[in-house]
Ligand binder design. Structure first.
Ligand SMILES: [Zn+2]
Length: 311
C-alpha cells in the first residue's frame, strides 16, 4: 500500500457569508456566528466568521459595482492604489490583506464561502477542480456523514482558467451552493441544511488535525464544460425562456433532442449537443446579466489518494 498524501494541519480557518449580499442563508449564519462563534469551535481550531460584502448586504443586493466573487484574480488584486475605483475591488484588497495574501505562506489554511442559488441545485459543494485533495476529502466526508440530501460536487474551473473567487485567497476552500432560494429570502429548510453541512465540514477538519487517516476513494463529480446563453433577438434581448421540462432539473441528464428553451410563441428549442450533459445553475437569477441560462457539466468519476496530516 502506498503511503497517504500528507498535508499540514489546518489552524486558521475562515467562514464567509454574504460574498453576494442577497444570498441570505450564509448572511444570517455569519451574522449569528459573529455574535456567538461557539458553533465554529472544535478541539484543534476555531473558525473565524466574516461578512464578504457588507455594503451589498446592507442594501440587499448581490453587489454594489461589480461581482465580488469574480474579483480575486491577479488583474484586480495587483491594481495600484490609484486605479482602485470600485467598492468591490477595495473590499477584495481588504479580504486579501486579512485572509491572504493569495498564494502566500501567510494565507489562511482554509475558507468556506456560503452561497444560495435560485436554481434547484440542492446542497451542492463547489470545488475548484479534482486536483484539490483536501477539499475533495472534505466533500467525501460530507457525502458520507450528512445523509439528509445528496451533495453533488461541482468543479467550476475551466482548463487554464485562473481562480477568482473569495476562497481562492486561502490555501484551500470550498463553497456551499444551496437552492432553490429566492434572492433576499430566508428558507428555514435550507438554513438548517447549510448549518448541518458546516458542522460536518468542521468535524472533518478536526479529525484531520487529530491525525485520522482518510483512505483513498472514488467519487462522482460534475465538471463545467461550457456556459449556455439564452437565445436572443438581433438587438440582444432574450427571445426564449428556460423550457418547463428543463426547469428545476439541475444535475439530471439532458439528452440530445430534449427541449431546453421555449419561445414566446410556444416553440421548443432543443439541445443539439452530441452527448448527454448534466445542467446546473438552470435559470439562476444572478446569471441573466452574465448571459448564462444554464451551465453544461459532464458527470465523471474521479479517484483520489489517501490523506493524512503531516506528523
Ligand atoms: Zn453567490
Amino acid at each position: 500500500m502506498t503511503s497517504p498524501h500528507s498535508l499540514p494541519t489546518l489552524k486558521r480557518v475562515a467562514v464567509c457569508g454574504g460574498t453576494h449580499g442577497n444570498e441570505m442563508s450564509g448572511i444570517f449564519l455569519a451574522k449569528h456566528w459573529v455574535q456567538d462563534p461557539s458553533e465554529l469551535q472544535r478541539d484543534t481550531f476555531h473558525a473565524t466568521p466574516f461578512l464578504g460584502n457588507p455594503h451589498a448586504i446592507e442594501k440587499g443586493v448581490r453587489y454594489i459595482e461589480r461581482d465580488l466573487n469574480r474579483t480575486f484574480s491577479a488583474e484586480f488584486l495587483n491594481l495600484k492604489d490609484s486605479d482602485i475605483g470600485s467598492y468591490e475591488v477595495q473590499r477584495a484588497w481588504e479580504v486579501n490583506q486579512i485572509f491572504g495574501p493569495k498564494g502566500s505562506s501567510q494565507a489562511y489554511d482554509f475558507m468556506f464561502d456560503l452561497h444560495n442559488t435560485t436554481s434547484n441545485m440542492g446542497t451542492c459543494l463547489i470545488v475548484d477542480s479534482e486536483h484539490c485533495l483536501l477539499p475533495m476529502h472534505m466533500c467525501n466526508y460530507i457525502q458520507k456523514h450528512y445523509t439528509r440530501s445528496s451533495c453533488p460536487i461541482y468543479f467550476y474551473q475551466l482548463p487554464g482558467e485562473e481562480t477568482y473567487g473569495i476562497n481562492s485567497v486561502a490555501k484551500a476552500g470550498i463553497a456551499l451552493e444551496l437552492g432553490p432560494q429566492p434572492q433576499g429570502v430566508l428558507r428555514a429548510d435550507l438554513l438548517a441544511q447549510m448549518r448541518s453541512i458546516m458542522a460536518c465540514a468542521l468535524d472533518f477538519i478536526d479529525l484531520f488535525n487529530k491525525g485520522m487517516l482518510f483512505p483513498a476513494f472514488e467519487i462522482d463529480a460534475h465538471k463545467v464544460v461550457q456556459r449556455i446563453d439564452y437565445p436572443r433577438y438581433p438587438d440582444g434581448e432574450i427571445s426564449a425562456v428556460v423550457h418547463p421540462d428543463l426547469q428545476d432539473k439541475d444535475f439530471l441528464p439532458l439528452k440530445p433532442g430534449d427541449p431546453i428553451f421555449q419561445t414566446v410563441n410556444g416553440e421548443d428549442i432543443l439541445y443539439e449537443g452530441a452527448d448527454t450533459t448534466y445542467p446546473a445553475f438552470i435559470n439562476e437569477a444572478a446569471y441573466y446579466e452574465k448571459k448564462v441560462a444554464f451551465v453544461q457539466t459532464e458527470k465523471r468519476m474521479f479517484s483520489l489518494p489517501a490523506l493524512q496530516k503531516n506528523f
